[in-house]
Design a protein around this ligand. Structure first.
Ligand SMILES: *[C@@H]1O[C@H](CO)[C@@H](O)[C@H](O)[C@H]1NC(C)=O
Length: 86
């Protein structure tokens, strides 16, 4: 039973996920970089996460400028976004 609850929680978490879960300061940067370096629809997380190294490389300077000290939070959020799909 305990495992079932965990599975349900994971499914719910995955379904709730979108790029909107990333702190607002980084969304434009990540959206722009997603468009620039991939052909992924931004809502297609499995595609976005598959290319995330490239997106992150392109967006890094933009995110740092937009989010400053919150950049660490952005990294955590993107990790949580992509980890269930890895
Ligand atoms: C994203 O791209 C749009 C359109 O090119 C641009 O106006 C906007 O400034 C960009 N945003 C960031 C955060 O780079």
């Amino acid at each position: 039973m305990k495992n079932l609850a965990v599975i349900i929680a994971i499914v719910a978490a995955v379904q709730a996920q979108s790029i909107d879960d990333v702190p607002p300061c980084a969304r434009d940067c990540l959206r722009n970089s997603t468009k620039k370096v991939t052909l992924c629809a931004e809502s297609d997380l499995s595609c976005v996460c598959g290319k995330f190294d490239q997106i992150r490389g392109d967006a890094a300077g933009c995110v740092l400028g937009a989010c400053g000290a919150d950049t660490g939070k952005v990294l955590d959020a993107t990790k949580q976004l992509c980890e269930p799909l890895a």
